[in-house]
Design a protein around this ligand. Structure first.
Ligand SMILES: [Fe+2]
Length: 238
């Protein structure tokens, strides 16, 4: 965490159809990125993984003149869902999470909707869920036009922790799917950063990220679960 303001709202990233408001929020030593994705045409919006500092999230929605139609949850870890239930009630909107993640975690909240990979629409935006297990069994990435929200699956500089070799093998397959299906110009919006700002092109992420350099599942799994990884360093998010 840098020594400046504990939270910040970065300049929105505008595409022809959507505007991504990047929110950097903190609790204690943890730093998260979460997002307001606004459909320019209708002002309908989705939140992605609202975690801490409700005032920052609500302020960004108000500043964008947006109406929140739903909340996309990449997975059930507390630093990605902490505000989901309260903001869902505040905005009167559904919370979307993969049915696999709900079954695995037991997460429940008013308005929670179990989803699969069927695309759905918010305003003129098409939301395309991608089931990408590994960090947890039900991790979802969400593709909205040419933006991909990756939670703890893919960071610009790494990928999420995997609890065992089996999970790491599933992570390899999930990253392989992203490599196959995502174009080089797609912008990657992760849940955390080790230094690079959210919104890097996938071409840049492919170049910077050692976890995307493997071509063998077993080698990847051995590296992802290698001994001697410092937990303090693993959570040194910026
Ligand atoms: Fe996580």
């Amino acid at each position: 965490m840098s020594g400046d303001s504990p939270c910040a709202v970065a300049a929105p990233v505008a595409t022809s159809r959507t505007r991504v408001v990047v929110l950097r929020t903190t609790r204690g030593s943890m730093t998260n990125y979460n997002y307001v994705v606004v459909d320019v045409a209708t002002r309908q919006a989705v939140l992605v993984d609202p975690s801490w500092q409700a005032d920052v999230v609500v302020g960004a929605v108000v500043d964008a003149g947006a109406r929140v139609a739903g909340i996309l949850l990449t997975h059930s870890h507390p630093d990605h869902i902490d505000l989901a239930a309260s903001l869902g009630e505040r905005f009167g909107c559904p919370l979307w999470m993969s049915k696999e993640e709900i079954a695995w975690s037991g997460y429940h909240a008013p308005g929670l909707v179990a989803i699969d990979e069927t695309p759905f629409h918010v305003g003129s935006m098409t939301i395309r869920p991608m089931l990408t297990p590994g960090h947890t069994p039900g991790c979802m990435c969400y593709r909205v036009d040419d933006d991909l929200f990756t939670g703890d699956v893919l960071f610009a500089e790494g990928c999420g922790i995997c609890p065992d070799v089996g999970a790491a093998l599933r992570m390899y397959d999930s990253l392989g799917r992203i490599r196959r299906e995502i174009g080089e110009t797609t912008r990657i919006y992760p849940g955390h950063s080790f230094g690079l700002a959210p919104g890097q092109s996938f071409a840049t992420v492919q170049r910077e990220n050692i976890y995307l350099q493997f071509s063998n599942r077993d080698d990847f799994a051995a590296f992802r679960t290698r001994k001697g990884q410092s937990r303090a360093k693993l959570f040194t998010f910026h």
